[in-house]
Design a protein around this ligand. Structure first.
Ligand code: FRU
Length: 540
């Protein structure tokens, strides 16, 4: 069924919501029609050259936002926006994959499938340990999903309306029942852009708090509940930060301030378009939550330049990230979609389209002007990546105004790389990955000393002609760290993506790119002088 597409520009979307076309009528169902789980770990081939090895993708068909992320009985569950019928957005359902290490994912049957009455948009999942909802029992408490119902014909609400609904599983996430009283939360009058519930337990108040958005009004709405079924309005959060597009997939999370006993609340929020790298992006706000209202501190004003807002990622492909409920450790572990609505529907991969970013762990630090987030590859994922053997390194290479091929040892199509650059007397230095044998194409990751800029340039790194909006490069100026010309980058290269964590995660650039199959070279370079460069690589 084709519903109003939430990814049209705001004006087009509002117009489109008045004219909905119905084309697909599946039986309403909660159980899963898809085949048996597929084996963990896939490898790219010449006919599927961009298949990631260390990132979650669906075996086939379209995927976008991660939903219902939960760690339960030692297994990570990722549910996600999924089209079981085609390699493009539509028939939005919840796909399901599981992992024990956040790197190897096993695809499970579709958890909840779109019907003629309702598509299953983004949401979240919690364990209702005390069975407060009454949907399970004390002995077998339910796993409860909160999701957005996007209504079609003959749905519980008018066609095009969006409201929040509940589904539950009594068998650890394999099969799902929809709650009979759905929707559990609806705006009056009904709203076509009220979506993306994310719920957390607020210990001081002994209740659940839900963040949602009215996407086209740039408002986050907070509600509370003691049973996950009845929700009371708490407050709105709006009027801060970037406003240039839909606000989507919010989350409020409490974090320890690194190195102190203080705690702060962080609002994570996706915006599309209007992100820092063009199109989709994720901003965040740091402040206080008193059980009713979130108040951001030192937030950028809506008319400030985009660079005043705080961004989780400075690349083009990091969106709709949410934390994994119940993940081990103190720090939030986020899973994000590695895509951008500007061109995600056109990327040249088949028979699948869309992948998740590597799960990452957040740390909150006190910066010069305000609190800031630092990002790192999540510990479990990092450990799994580091179990791969075959590491190679070249230490303290002196590179003088030239490009130096790293040779046959550095030709893996996916690698975890530590790159140390010391721009002794040079202006710019860096690394070229997936380089073609004629050296005409390659992904260029560079650091410029004077401006302290880390840049990822994908403009000559394979196929780019699928969309005019596939932006050529992304960059970030690092704060004072790195002014001595030394910088350390952790780089996760996969078959069609790169994630660059600069200087202990002060900034991240996540970008997809679509290199030629035969382009497997790696080089380091130094411009206008000497650089000392060390590269350590682990093929994945
Ligand atoms: C974000 C989003 C959500 C929505 C879902 C639909 O990418 O637009 O707001 O619930 O995707 O697939």
């Amino acid at each position: 069924m084709a519903y109003p597409n939430p990814h049209l520009s705001r004006r087009r979307m509002l117009a489109a919501s008045a004219a909905v076309v119905v084309s697909f009528a599946a039986a309403s169902c909660t159980a899963s029609p898809t085949p048996a789980p597929t084996p963990a770990g896939r490898t790219p081939t010449a006919s599927d050259p961009w298949r990631p090895v260390a990132h979650l993708t669906a075996e086939k068909n379209w995927l976008n936002d991660p939903n219902g992320l939960i760690h339960h009985n030692g297994t990570y569950h990722a549910f996600y926006q999924y089209n079981p019928r085609a390699n493009s957005w539509g028939n939005m359902s919840w796909g399901h994959s599981t992992s024990t290490d956040l790197v190897h994912w096993e695809q499970q049957p579709v958890a909840m499938e779109a019907s003629g009455e309702e598509e299953i948009f983004s949401g979240c999942m919690v364990m209702d340990t005390n069975n407060a909802s009454g949907l399970g029992s004390a002995e077998n408490p339910p796993m409860v999903a909160l999701y957005t119902s996007a209504y079609g014909k003959n749905g519980a609400l008018p066609q095009g309306a969006q409201a929040q609904s509940v589904a539950y599983s009594l068998d650890g996430g394999t099969t799902w029942q929809k709650y009979r009283g759905n929707p559990v939360l609806n705006l009056a009058p009904t709203n076509n852009n009220f979506r993306d519930p994310k719920v957390f337990w607020y210990e001081p108040g002994q209740y659940w708090v839900m963040t949602t958005v009215v996407a086209d009004a740039q408002v986050v709405k907070l509600f509370k509940s003691t049973d996950l079924l009845h929700w009371d309005y708490l407050s709105d959060f709006s009027g801060a930060g970037a406003q240039g597009g839909l606000w989507e997939v919010p989350e409020l999370v409490q974090m320890n301030v690194d190195g102190s006993t203080a705690k702060k609340w962080v609002m994570l929020l996706s915006i599309n378009p209007g992100g820092i790298a063009g199109g989709s992006g994720m901003q965040y706000f740091v402040g206080e939550f008193d059980g009713t209202r979130f108040t951001a501190e030192n937030a950028a004003s809506p008319d400030a330049p985009l660079s005043d807002s705080q961004w989780l990622d400075h690349g083009a492909d990091y969106y709709a990230a949410n934390s994994i409920s119940g993940a081990p450790g103190e720090k939030p572990v986020l899973l994000g979609w590695m895509g951008n609505w500007d061109y995600a529907q056109n990327v040249p991969t088949t028979p699948w389209r869309g992948s998740m970013a590597i799960p990452r762990e957040l740390t909150l630090v006190r910066g010069e002007r305000r609190y800031e987030l630092r990002s790192a590859i999540a510990t479990a994922a990092r450990e799994a990546l580091e179990r791969r053997s075959g590491e190679v390194s070249k230490k303290n290479l002196t590179v003088t105004s030239s490009i130096q091929d790293l040779g046959a040892d550095f030709t893996a199509r996916s690698q975890l790389i530590e790159l140390d650059l010391d721009l002794t007397s040079s202006r710019e230095a860096g690394l070229i990955l997936r380089q073609s044998s004629d050296a005409k194409s390659g992904l260029r990751i560079s650091y410029t000393k004077e401006t302290r800029t880390v840049k990822v340039d994908r403009s000559h790194a394979g196929t780019t002609n699928f969309s005019e909006k596939f932006s050529p490069y992304h960059q970030i100026t690092l704060p004072s760290v790195g002014s001595d010309g030394k910088v350390r980058l952790t780089i996760l290269l996969d078959s069609s993506s790169v994630e660059v964590f600069a200087q202990d995660g002060v900034a991240v650039i996540s970008d997809t790119f679509f290199p030629d199959w035969d382009a497997t070279g790696s080089s380091v370079f130094s411009l206008d002088g000497d650089s000392t460069i060390s590269v350590h690589s682990r093929p994945l």
